[in-house]
Design a protein around this ligand. Structure first.
Ligand code: AVJ
Length: 311
């Protein structure tokens, strides 16, 4: 009697590949199921997690200056736009013709697009629901506008430096020679501040990290025991990156879709890198991907930067 191998879909294979790897890993995109998105919103409200409020402060206080780099006869494209709240700090001063939010969650995107169309009747909102890795196709009628990408939140930090350059090269192709990118990048700083930002006292970041196991259990139809794992995040000053892991608190073994997945006591599953840059590092990143760093706006404490890179 032959055992029928369970049919494994792309997403399941993607996760299993990480769990059978020499150094186990789970892609950070699996943080963001519905509960994960809610937990991230709570993280942005934490005292220790300064990036979001600091970036919003820069956008609010510097929007007039930023508008000098982005003409009104333009189109703004935002990959991974989510709830489209950050762009609202810039719309009135930039007054672009078209705003193109792209995101994988169609429902979230539609709601955000409707909200913006109501609030800014002069603005054409053209939402694109697609996976982050799919190329962004713009309708022909928009081709004559100057194109600018808006990429806030230091999400660029999740890419390995080489992949960050490849992503920016893709954005360069999208905006062409007369465009640019307005990018939010968290800055390299003292260990204590960074360690605290990813190890908050309330344990919300730990919940956010552990929730990844809920999400992959659902996708893999598995029952990995969350209580047998703990949150582990540190700042690697040499590599200038936050490293986040889930650490196994015991020896464990699971049969998942025909695969035996075992964890040793203390074994780590890598869940995220969050690279931090210096201003020189941002200029170098820009230069290596065909852009030129034109201007960086920082908060007073120089915790975070918003930069305009010209193609
Ligand atoms: C959304 C990727 C920018 O790396 O700071 C927050 C995600 N991880 N706390 C970051 C995150 C842990 C966040 N990014």
């Amino acid at each position: 009697m032959n055992i029928k191998e369970p049919s494994i879909n792309k997403e399941q294979q993607d996760i299993l590949d990480g769990l059978v790897a020499e150094k186990k890993f789970i892609n950070p995109k699996y943080f963001y199921n519905h509960r994960g998105s809610k937990l991230f919103e709570k993280i942005t409200q934490l005292d220790e997690y300064y990036p979001t409020r600091t970036e919003l402060g820069i956008l609010k206080n510097k929007s007039k200056e930023i508008a000098e780099f982005i003409s009104s006869d333009s189109i703004i494209i935002e990959p991974g736009a989510g709830n489209c709240t950050k762009i609202e700090y810039l719309l009135t001063d930039i007054h672009p013709n078209v705003y193109v939010p792209q995101d994988v969650s169609e429902e979230f995107l539609q709601k955000s697009a409707e909200r913006l169309s109501e609030r800014y009747p002069w603005l054409e909102v053209h939402p694109i629901a697609s996976d982050f890795s799919d190329p962004i196709e713009l309708p022909e009628i928009y081709q004559h506008f100057a194109k600018h990408v808006f990429y806030p939140g230091s999400t660029i930090g999740n890419f390995e430096p080489e992949d960050a350059i490849n992503f920016l090269k893709k954005m360069h192709q999208l905006v062409g020679n007369h465009g640019g990118i307005l990018i939010g990048v968290d800055l390299h700083k003292d260990y204590e501040t960074l360690h605290a930002a990813y190890n908050d006292e309330k344990g919300i970041t730990a919940e956010f990290n552990l929730n990844t196991l809920n999400h992959i259990n659902q996708i893999l139809e598995a029952d990995i025991d969350i209580n047998q794992f703990e949150h582990h995040a540190l700042y690697n000053s040499k590599q200038q990156r936050i490293e986040m892991y889930l650490r196994s608190k015991s020896k464990q073994r699971y049969e998942i879709l025909g695969n035996t997945i075992s964890f040793e006591m203390g074994e780590l599953i890598h869940t995220e890198h969050s690279y931090k840059y210096t201003l020189d590092g941002i200029a170098e990143l820009a230069q290596k991907s065909g852009f030129m760093l034109q201007k960086s706006w920082l908060d007073e404490a120089e915790l975070f930067s918003v930069s305009y890179l010209m193609a």
